[in-house]
Ligand binder design. Structure first.
Ligand SMILES: *[C@@H]1O[C@H](CO)[C@@H](O)[C@H](O)[C@H]1NC(C)=O
Length: 173
């Protein structure tokens, strides 16, 4: 495709908007006892990192399923585990069994936001760009306009970056 530079600009705009939205707070911030989806994601990192796979989905003294029990399929759990390894490397307190519950800090928020952005960058955005480039019988200009519309679709951006989830990745996979 010619006009690669325009597609690059579209991707950069998509990333900038995502990062700007993510500078705001997330829902559930500072609201014990359950906090919100942000804490759910953090808690899954704690569980997948500290417990053997076969205990992930079962209630135990180390894994109270009433508190954000893992209720997503294993692929998501392995994604949590992957993030947990990075978290452990940066600050083990973030995923310490039991004691990390409800952990919140600026640095941790930055880390969590970054994991969403990286997941988008590796999976969702390439999928959108590929999809738009493969559209048949439309001009390059239209392909780029399509990519811009999809990447700036506000619903997903607000949920993933304002609220806190990884929905874009689910849509792509
Ligand atoms: C699960 O385990 C927790 C302790 O971690 C306990 O308080 C809770 O009652 C258990 N729930 C069920 C359904 O057994």
């Amino acid at each position: 495709m010619e006009k690669w530079y325009l597609m690059t600009v579209v991707v950069l705009i998509g990333l900038t908007v995502r990062w700007t939205v993510s500078l705001n707070s997330y829902s559930g911030a500072g609201k014990p006892p359950m906090f919100g989806d942000y804490e759910a994601q953090r808690h899954w990192q704690e569980i997948t990192f500290n417990l053997p796979v076969k205990q992930w989905y079962f209630n135990s003294s180390d894994n109270n399923l009433q508190y954000w029990g893992l209720d997503y399929p294993p692929l998501t759990a392995y994604h949590s585990l992957l993030c947990a390894y990075v978290a452990k490397f940066i600050n083990p307190d973030w995923i310490a069994l039991h004691t990390s519950r409800g952990y919140e800090s600026q640095a941790h928020k930055l880390f969590m936001r970054t994991t969403v952005l990286i997941a988008d960058l590796l999976i969702y955005i390439p999928a959108v760009v590929l999809y738009c480039c493969c559209l048949k019988e439309i001009s390059t200009k239209k392909k780029i306009a399509n990519a811009l519309c999809i990447l700036l679709y506000p619903g997903l951006i607000l949920i993933d970056y304002g609220h806190f989830q990884y929905n874009s990745v689910c849509v792509a996979s």
